[in-house]
Design a binder for this molecule. Sequence first.
Ligand SMILES: C[S@@+](CC[C@H](N)C(=O)[O-])C[C@H]1O[C@@H](n2cnc3c(N)ncnc32)[C@H](O)[C@@H]1O
Length: 181
Amino acid sequence: MVATQQVLEAFGQIAQDPDTAPFSNGLNLALEVGYSQSALEGLPEELWRRFCGLSAISEWMPLSGQERVLEVGCGVGLDCHTLAERFPGLQVVGLDGCLQMLQRAPSHPRIEWVQGLATRLPFPSASFEVVFFNGLLNLNSERARILQEMQRVLAPGGHLYGSEIVLTHSGSPPEGTNWYS
Ligand SMILES: C[S@@+](CC[C@H](N)C(=O)[O-])C[C@H]1O[C@@H](n2cnc3c(N)ncnc32)[C@H](O)[C@@H]1O
């Protein structure tokens, strides 16, 4: 497992040129994981051009629409943006450690973009009713610490949602495995 700094630098490179990523990303990936063409049409291109998530999580998360919501590892923020548009009463914070990703996140009146680390979330305890991630834990070795931080910033009775890669057998995946299949 590589160090967090290396992960963030790699995503900085992907932010600059998504075609250099060693995995599928962007529009093809967004369609593959379940976003509908119609949902993506009309969005700023920036939102899907650098999409690196694992599911269309913002389309299936059950919300009341009044929550304070945090995405940890938001990238350029397709899911934050989709949620803010779906629910006009939502306050959304997108956090990422990679400044180059956040610099490309389109501004939105109800989304705050924050640079920070998943292992040290820069928020007081019980700040959010919903915390979610879409492709984060597999990039980090300090998973327990990240989950503890998510639990800390969740208000009592809050909900945590995530999409993640899970190995279903022991050992390393064979060379050439499609992580997203
Ligand atoms: C696979 S991408 C997913 C991005 C976004 N959720 C999406 O769906 O496009 C993972 C993101 O998490 C960020 N990240 C990875 N580890 C992090 C950490 N420890 N703290 C903060 N951000 C992290 C990366 O910079 C990257 O933008």
